[in-house]
Design a protein around this ligand. Structure first.
Ligand SMILES: Cc1ncc(COP(=O)(O)O)c(C=O)c1O
Length: 352
């Protein structure tokens, strides 16, 4: 049962990150033979064949040597960034980076420079600042509040030119972009040094992972505190993950339909008189800017009255003045769903 139905709402769900509509699918058929709980952390006695199989499949999918599974992408980012940092390191972090990246950098107590990843001059200048240790460049490939993407080719080049380790969080891009859904790095033929992904968005499950070299995996296995000191993911969930990765890789038609739906919907919204779309956005995340929290909340209420569930995103998730409705489109949206959504956009924009 989808989230909106569970709330007893007969509404179109344009709020969740379930871009391929998989979250409501039952997993019992593929998890029947797996225990529900791991009983311990991975290092102690909690590693099951399902975990290592999923890690192999995830690494292969995103084109990296190996991967380590975390209980969430939040835990993956926090564990990764705090574990890899050494004294004297300098982290260059994109300004829209997710809270889990920000928290990881805070935990690492690293020197940090926050940059606009689209301003390649500032990125290069931050990366060339004197640094006694290792330089790191951390970005997301698809920003979940804006629906925008940085130029991964240029950022890869900037990282390489300064000897920085290039970390890309693909949580919202996996399953949605790239050949077999492997994400935007894959689509742009960019090889990051470290790729972070999540199972809670288009895969419709729960969990996160860090993919990189075998050495990085071993390091994180021993040093990432959110991994070492936490009960391993449910083996049943990991087994469901194995099936989901295979399924999502094969969903090329749904992916193409999703991107087509998104492009067409965006064009229609753009043609409306009062609609203010996030500039430079693409893909299934459509941000409609309303400015103040009050206007965004009023717009969300209008959507609900017209049978569409969306969330008003307000500070501190977005900067002051940038309150918005964040619409997440789904591959399964029918023509009637899209018409309902557009009618809600029209009505909400008439309010403003
Ligand atoms: C870019 C990014 N990374 C990590 C996360 C955390 O994901 P999870 O829900 O698996 O903890 C999110 C969640 O929204 C995200 O947007």
């Amino acid at each position: 049962m989808a989230a909106a139905e569970r709330l007893g709402l007969d509404v179109l769900d344009a709020a969740s990150n379930d871009y391929l509509g998989l979250a409501a699918e039952h997993a019992a058929a593929v998890t029947a033979d797996a225990p529900a709980g791991a009983g311990a952390s991975r290092l102690v006695h909690g590693t099951f064949e399902a975990h290592t199989a999923l890690e192999r499949d995830l690494a292969q999918w995103v084109g990296m040597d190996s991967a380590l599974l975390f209980t969430s992408a939040y835990a993956a980012n926090v564990g990764l960034l705090a574990a890899v940092r050494s004294p004297g390191d300098h982290v260059v972090s994109a300004k829209l980076n997710h809270a889990s990246i920000i928290d990881g950098i805070r935990l690492a107590r690293a020197q940090v420079t926050v940059v606009d990843p689209d301003d390649l001059g500032s990125v290069a200048s931050a990366l060339s600042a004197p640094c006694a240790g290792q330089r790191w460049l951390v970005v997301e490939s698809y920003y979940s509040m804006d629906g925008t993407s940085p130029d991964l080719v240029a950022l890869r080049a900037a990282a390489s030119a300064s000897g920085a380790v290039f970390i890309v969080d693909e949580a919202h891009a996996l399953g949605v972009f790239g050949s077999d859904g492997a994400g935007l790095c894959s689509a742009a033929a960019v090889q990051p040094d470290v790729l972070v992904g999540g199972l809670g968005k288009s895969l419709g499950l729960q969990g996160g992972f860090v993919a990189g070299s075998g050495l990085l995996r071993t390091w994180l296995w021993n040093r990432a505190r959110s991994f070492v000191f936490s009960t391993a993911s449910s083996p049943a969930l990991a087994l469901a993950g194995v099936a989901r990765v295979a399924k999502v890789r094969a969903m090329s038609e749904e992916r193409a339909a999703l991107l087509e739906i998104a492009a067409e919907f965006r064009a229609r919204v753009d043609a409306l008189p009062n609609a203010q779309l996030q500039a430079g956005a693409h893909g299934p995340i459509v941000s409609l800017l309303f400015g103040t929290p009050e206007r965004a909340l009023a717009a969300a209420r209008t959507f609900l009255e017209l049978g569409v569930l969306v969330q008003a995103i307000r500070p501190p998730t977005v900067p002051p003045g940038a309150s918005r409705l964040r619409l997440a489109l789904k591959a399964s949206f029918s023509a009637a769903d899209r018409a309902r959504l557009l009618a809600a956009v029209e009505a909400a924009c008439r309010l403003s």
